[in-house]
Design a protein around this ligand. Structure first.
Ligand SMILES: [Fe+2]
Length: 344
């Protein structure tokens, strides 16, 4: 149901975008992020600057579409989630390098592309969801998830999902390929079941007593806690506590949502104004309130719900380094047959 609704929304947006006369100077945004998450920000931007925006929401094929539109693409700004997708846009050649003192001053270097092809806007921690009832400890490390004490107690989604690929890439960066492989085998053998579903399904499995610990992105906890459409998700959230892995040492692995300037942006100047606005602390807080993520700009606060999980200390490993190792991580997932579940 959700998929068809999103497709429908996408179709609507595409239709209106194609038929609307795109006025000069208005910033055209191609977004993988849902309109309701972005619209409060765009309204604030227009109020502050007088610059209008047009939002095109797509749930797939965004990069392919901009590529197909070529030099005539109306795309000015690209909004997306996950370093994997930001890199995909850069590698497809649909982004332009941007040097902006305002943006570079607001966004820490580890969360932006050294060449300026993408910039992080929010971070999300890859945290551990732990059963409130059955897990006593309040601290954990990613390394510890491979400890046999969790045998039959761990749940995760597919190892090949972008979120896990980035985490595994960070383990390769920190420990080297051999140790990372050993670790992933340990994780696999602790699985309670074959990897399946999304991150929220892992919280549901803890609620159902199928596992005690799971990997999941931090914002899903906020989304579950406040889900009026599917209120059973509130029960899943109530069954878990959020543990920030490696809080005592290198910090928790984070990924980003982010933005890029489109290569052939027809409204380049205003596109940069929008991007500079999105990097500002005021915009960062509006954004963080909507998406239950962490502002990337130092000093901007997360929402009260997110703050209630505790303090996120992000791993400072550059995202560009994680992006570089994504291919190796994917090969490793297949090599250890992670998605087949425990070997014994
Ligand atoms: Fe997600």
């Amino acid at each position: 149901m959700r998929i068809s609704l999103r497709t429908f929304l996408g179709g609507l947006a595409v239709a209106s975008f194609a038929t609307a006369a795109l006025a000069d100077g208005e910033v055209n945004i191609y977004s993988y992020r849902q309109p309701q998450l972005i619209e409060p920000l765009l309204a604030d931007f227009t109020e502050k600057t007088g610059v209008k925006t047009n939002l095109l929401f797509l749930d797939k094929g965004l990069v392919e579409r901009i590529s197909a539109e070529g030099e005539n693409s109306p795309a000015d700004v690209i909004l997306t989630v996950d370093i994997g997708r930001l890199m995909q846009a850069k590698e497809a050649g649909v982004t332009a390098p941007l040097q902006s003192e305002v943006i570079d001053g607001a966004i820490p270097a580890e969360f932006r592309d050294p060449q300026g092809h993408w910039f992080g806007l929010t971070t999300r921690g890859r945290v551990v969801y732990a059963s409130k009832e059955r897990v006593e400890q309040d601290a954990i490390t990613y390394e510890e998830l491979a400890d046999p004490k969790w045998k039959g107690k761990l749940c995760t989604r597919s190892g090949q999902h972008d979120y896990n690929i980035a985490l595994i890439a960070s383990m390769i960066a920190h420990h080297g390929p051999e140790k990372a492989e050993e670790w992933l085998i340990g994780l696999r053998d602790n699985l309670a079941r074959k990897p399946a579903g999304g991150d929220r399904d892992q919280a549901k499995a803890i609620f159902a007593g199928e596992c005690d610990v799971a990997l999941g992105n931090s914002y899903y906890v906020g989304l579950m806690m406040t889900n009026e459409k599917e209120p059973e998700q509130k029960d899943w959230a109530a069954a878990i506590k959020v543990l920030f892995p490696n809080a005592q040492d290198r910090g928790t692995h984070v990924n980003i949502s982010g933005m890029s300037l489109a290569k052939n942006a027809p409204n380049r100047d205003n596109a940069i104004r929008l991007m500079e606005y999105l990097a500002s602390p005021a915009a960062q807080e509006i954004y963080a309130e909507q998406v239950y993520e962490y502002p990337v700009t130092p000093g901007a606060r997360p929402s009260a719900i997110v703050a209630s999980f505790g303090t996120l200390k992000p791993d400072s490993l550059p995202l560009a380094e994680i992006a570089r190792l994504r291919g190796d991580a994917s090969i490793l997932v297949d090599k250890v047959a992670y998605d087949d579940g425990p070997a014994n």
